[in-house]
Design a protein around this ligand. Structure first.
Ligand code: ADP
Ligand code: MG
Length: 262
């Protein structure tokens, strides 16, 4: 089982859209996927059509040790894709956790109890570098970073990378970066081109070749409770996510080496 955290402390960069659609694309290729909604806003849960009544057990309960991952996981409409949903309770978790011992390892411990039920676990992180994201990074084998092609993209990234460095030193030396994905890419916009060239010059091969275009179908799909890949599998956004998932699978063996050996 490989655990990939989807993180960037900026909001609105495409974390949740990537989590839903890469999860769906991976499931379509035969992988058994678990998506953990780790954002109190619960957008991944809503976007996959999980109503509030279905969220009896949530990522909050898992974090608090009140439910196991297996107990909290619920199937989605997508075959082979399960989700641990999020509720607003999670917004209080960062403060509540301060009282706990090993507060950075709660999710890691919960996932360690899972046997071979899923091939890939994706964690949709909240837009901060607080205790929730730290729990995700401690539990993860690899990090997936969506990056919106805008002027301050790289500035936010250096803060993220220094957090990764701290997590490696203190808690999780095996944490790798599986890739940085350029999202909301607009070929007609010169700034997009410029930022993307800069990001590739600075970060090199860690940046995925596949870019995710700005595509209205990607933003419409969640209101129908469906991944774009099912809502409209032929739109440019769906095709791009399918290609990105394939590129990600190609990188998995290296990223997972330490995890598999452990
Ligand atoms: P995050 O989880 O990082 O906050 P989201 O995935 O929720 O970001 O995306 C923020 C908003 O932008 C959402 O309304 C989403 O539907 C929209 N969006 C995300 N990616 C794209 C895209 N490639 N094209 C168009 N809209 C997008
Ligand atoms: Mg989100």
């Amino acid at each position: 089982m490989i655990v990939v955290a989807i993180a960037n402390q900026k909001g609105g960069v495409g974390k949740t859209t990537s989590a839903i659609n890469i999860g769906t694309a991976l499931a379509a290729t035969g992988q058994r996927v678990l998506l953990i909604d780790f954002d109190p806003q619960g957008n991944a849960s809503t976007g996959l059509g999980i109503g509030h009544a279905q969220r009896e057990r949530s990522s909050y309960d898992v974090l608090m040790g009140e439910a196991s991952v297996v107990e909290a996981a619920i199937p989605t409409k997508v075959p082979r894709l399960d989700i641990v949903a999020a509720t607003v309770d999670l917004s209080g978790a960062e403060i509540e956790l301060v009282e706990f011992e090993a507060r950075t390892h709660r999710l890691d411990t919960a996932l360690a109890a899972v046997k071979d039920q899923w091939d890939i676990v994706l964690i949709d992180c909240p837009p901060s570098l607080g205790l929730l994201t730290i729990n995700a990074m401690v539990a993860a084998d690899a990090l997936f970073v969506p990056l919106q092609c805008e002027f301050f993209a790289l500035e936010g990234l250096s803060q993220l990378l220094s957090t990764v460095e701290r997590i490696r030193t203190r808690f999780n030396p095996g944490l790798s970066i599986i890739g940085v994905a350029l999202t909301m890419y607009d070929r007609r916009n010169r700034l997009t081109e410029q930022v993307s060239a800069d990001v590739r010059a600075v970060l090199g091969k860690v940046v995925f070749e596949t870019v995710i275009p700005r595509n209205v179908r990607l933003s419409e799909a969640p209101s129908h409770g469906l991944p774009a890949l099912i809502y409209d599998h032929r739109c440019s956004g769906s095709e791009a996510y399918m290609a990105l998932a394939r590129e990600m699978i190609g990188r998995l063996p290296q990223a997972a080496k330490t995890a598999v050996a452990a």
